[in-house]
Design a protein around this ligand. Structure first.
Ligand SMILES: Nc1ncnc2c1ncn2[C@@H]1O[C@H](COP(=O)(O)OP(=O)(O)O)[C@@H](O)[C@H]1O
Ligand SMILES: [Mg+2]
Length: 324
């Protein structure tokens, strides 16, 4: 009989194989199929389907109110799906909520206050909740790695917002889950903490943890996510590898500084805007610089400088929302 710990081992082996670029076959860690979540008559999640591959960081993106937290809430069984299926490691959440909770780590968007207890006490209680009573090594690793060690004896009510956020992350990881759900992990944290959290999330991914994060902060998604899904009014508008999505949906901006006279500038071919003797082009992401230069007919000696600005996820996102 295969039990859940066998599954976890199997998935983590696959995550490592993927890390080594050995794609034997793909098993999904989290499969959401045709999920609908309604609050009364209001549909917050509208027939959403996504599947997470082992060892990837997947970003669920969307403006406020898009349905990101509602989706996460159904995965951790805080909310019941109105219809559809959510499976974690092959377990249907609605049928095995406790099992699923023990297999994943969840960092909520809202900071929950356990003011009276100390940082270390909370991590110990939480470990106990998962049946891990002797978990000092993992707790100390997390305290150390998340910069909480100097604060371990402080009561939570005396922690700063950033520290509370780190504690939430430590809490989600005490039982070494292979699937981590982060709901807006860096909302309201300073740049330094944000960068160190990004680094930690990448480290977790590289050690074989699969990560689903939600964010409305597109720079974060572009820096972190292997794949993204864009949610708008509960509907998935687009899903794909982050880089491909940017390429498909944005332009490259090429600025060519020349030493041409007004007269010679008139002879340059193609569509561009002019600023003095500098030409600004907007070309498809797949078009090469060589092809552009050949088209313009610019003599090489007339080119003083070239700068290229690639498209961003933010641009791609606005493009999609504009069409939605
Ligand atoms: N418990 C609830 N009752 C009624 N409406 C809700 C509830 N939770 C969320 N909503 C509504 O569902 C929509 C999606 O919310 P949410 O999932 O929190 O979006 P996001 O996390 O993308 O900002 C919003 O319009 C929100 O007001
Ligand atoms: Mg939210």
């Amino acid at each position: 009989m295969i039990n859940s710990s066998h599954w976890v081992q199997l998935y983590s082996v696959q995550a490592r194989l993927k890390f080594l670029n050995l794609h034997v076959y793909t098993v999904f860690m989290l499969v959401i199929q045709d999920l609908v979540k309604k609050y009364g008559d209001f549909t917050a999640v509208d027939h959403l389907s996504i599947a997470l591959q082992p060892g990837e960081i997947f970003g669920l993106l969307g403006p406020n109110g898009a349905g990101k937290t509602s989706t996460i809430a159904t995965i951790v069984s805080l909310e019941e799906p109105t219809s559809g299926s959510v499976k974690v490691f092959g377990f249907e959440v609605a049928d095995s909520p406790k099992k699923v909770k023990s297999l994943l780590g969840y960092v909520p968007q809202e900071i929950v206050n356990h003011g009276y207890f100390s940082v270390e006490e909370i991590l110990k209680f939480h470990s106990g909740y998962f049946g891990r009573l002797n978990n000092k090594k993992q707790i100390h690793f997390l305290l150390e790695r998340l910069g909480l060690m100097p604060h371990k004896d402080k009561k939570v009510k005396h922690l700063s917002g950033g520290m509370k956020r780190r504690l939430l992350i430590a809490k989600a990881l005490v039982h070494k889950p292979k699937l981590l759900l982060l709901d807006e992990p860096t909302a309201g944290v300073d740049i330094e903490l944000r960068n160190s959290l990004w680094e930690f999330v990448r480290e977790l991914r590289d050690s074989g943890v699969t990560i689903l994060l939600t964010t409305h902060y597109l720079e974060e998604a572009e820096a972190l996510c292997d794949r993204v899904g864009i949610l708008h009014q509960g509907r998935l508008q687009k899903v794909g590898p982050t880089k491909e999505l940017i390429q498909d949906l944005t332009f490259r901006r090429v600025q060519i500084k020349t030493n041409l006279s007004a007269e010679d500038l008139k002879k340059v071919k193609g569509e561009y805007s002019l600023m003095g003797s500098t030409l600004n082009f907007k070309i498809p992401s797949e078009e090469s610089l060589g092809a552009l230069l050949a088209k313009t007919g610019l003599p090489l000696e007339a080119i003083l400088d070239i700068s290229i600005q690639e498209g961003s996820l933010e641009e791609a996102f606005l493009n999609i929302l504009g069409r939605a």
